[in-house]
Design a protein around this ligand. Structure first.
Ligand SMILES: [Zn+2]
Length: 424
């Protein structure tokens, strides 16, 4: 595992020290990237070693098979992974389209890709000795933080919209997190977390009790965990690039992380050729990136009245919008928004014809894929890796509502027999 050389601002390229916990660039509030000594990495990190080490060591499970390109700490203070087996998810070959591969991130702990970023961010938080982590979330990041914080013995304070998928509420409570449901969107949750932390600082709360904001792109390690999706898709395709990557985009950290992975892998000589076109897929009810892309803007505008059952896409203004839009343009990809009816139709289509129960976010990607196949812009033989970012089973309440599906009959409100469980 490599030592971090520095943390570099994605906007002004200022370097800050990784010796203490960092949030944003102190000069311009840009997101920070983890940088390694690439000359050292070229000597020590070999792609040939990855599979053998993963097979030989239980601590190299999942995304930690890429430990030789993840932070290590100092020799006398090594990073100890907080892992629940995240990553190394299946790459499913479509039954209908010869070029389509679905990366099934629903196989992660807590059922979504969020496990990768928060697995690494909580690992580093523990390494730094942080004791209170706070996150505003559209739902799934909160569930993942709750799980990894429980595994690390750290307190989690989660803030999410009151109408998140019910699974996100249940898992937060089950993992013992401090769960706060807010009458608003993730942007309102982010404001509240910021205000609470400012209050704690202003009232001289002891340093170890002040919350650390582990928001998307407001600390450097969630991107670092998400980048393993880029390493994985290339390794699973025999160390080659696909023609395109389809990625449901709320906060967009996965897209940013994968692009960083491609840069690193090219520098290490692990992959060559043309980078994939990156597609950011959104819902019409909350499409700040698609709107900005259509108008050739370098940043997004706050998307008003965000409303879609693809809960993870209800991010009205992603913090890393300037990075996402830059990647779309550089890669030759684009952003596409689909409406909820089309997303629901795609959920049912892929469930019935492929056996895959997509999350609404994943179905925003398949809906866009199908649209481009029909228009002829994509061929069914073009090699595409499409991310199903979460398990459809985490959204049964929202998908059922979109389907107007109710349980048949009325269930009894009390149990008919006594015994261990007494009637209510
Ligand atoms: Zn900066």
């Amino acid at each position: 595992m490599p030592r971090i050389a520095s943390l570099e601002c994605s906007r002004c390229h200022n370097h800050v020290s990784p010796e203490t916990p960092q949030t944003l660039c102190p000069l311009c509030a840009g997101s920070l990237y983890v940088r390694y000594d690439m000359d050292e990495l070229k000597r020590t990190a070999r792609r040939e070693d990855i599979a053998a080490r993963a097979a030989a060591s239980p601590t190299s499970l999942g995304m930690w098979r890429y430990a030789n390109v993840l932070p290590s700490g100092a020799p006398d203070n090594p990073v100890a992974p907080v892992t629940l087996g995240e990553g190394w998810t299946p790459m499913l070959h479509s039954k209908r389209y010869p070029g389509l591969y679905i990366k099934e991130e629903g196989a992660n702990p807590t059922g979504t890709f969020k496990a990768r970023g928060l697995g690494l961010a909580v690992t580093m938080a523990k390494h730094y000795g942080l004791q209170h982590l706070a996150v505003p979330s559209a739902g799934n990041a909160a569930g993942a933080l709750a799980a990894y914080a429980a595994a690390a013995g750290i307190a989690a304070h989660i803030f999410m919209p009151q109408d998140v998928p019910f699974a996100n509420y249940v898992e937060g409570i089950a993992y013992g997190a401090d769960v706060n449901l807010i009458d608003g969107l993730i942007s309102d949750c982010a404001r509240i977390v910021g205000e609470r932390i400012k209050q704690q600082r202003d009232s001289n709360t002891p340093a170890n009790e002040v919350w650390f904001d582990i928001s998307t792109l407001k600390e450097p390690y969630r991107v670092e965990g998400k980048k393993t999706m880029g390493y994985e898709l290339v390794e699973q395709l025999g160390w080659t690039y696909p023609d395109a990557v389809f990625y449901p985009t709320g906060g967009g950290v996965g897209l940013i992380g994968m692009w960083k992975a491609f840069e690193e892998m090219e520098a290490l000589g692990w992959v060559t050729g043309r980078r994939p076109k990156m597609y950011a897929l959104q819902a019409s009810g909350c499409a700040p990136i698609a709107t900005a892309f259509d108008h050739h803007k370098p940043t997004s505008e706050f998307f008003p009245n965000a409303d879609t059952f693809a809960a993870g896409l209800r991010v009205p203004k992603p913090y890393g919008d300037y990075i996402i839009l830059d990647i779309l343009e550089k890669s030759g990809g684009k952003a596409i928004a689909s409406d909820d009816a089309t997303i629901l139709a795609s959920i049912l289509d892929y469930a019935r014809n492929e056996g895959i129960f997509l999350s609404p976010e994943g179905a925003a990607a398949t809906a866009a894929y199908d649209q481009l196949i029909q228009s002829g812009e994509l061929s069914p033989t073009d090699k595409v890796v499409l991310f199903n970012t979460g398990a459809g089973l985490k959204y049964t309440d929202m998908t059922a509502e979109a389907m107007h599906l109710r349980r048949p009959g009325t269930l009894p409100t009390s149990l008919p027999v006594g015994g261990i469980i007494t009637p209510q």
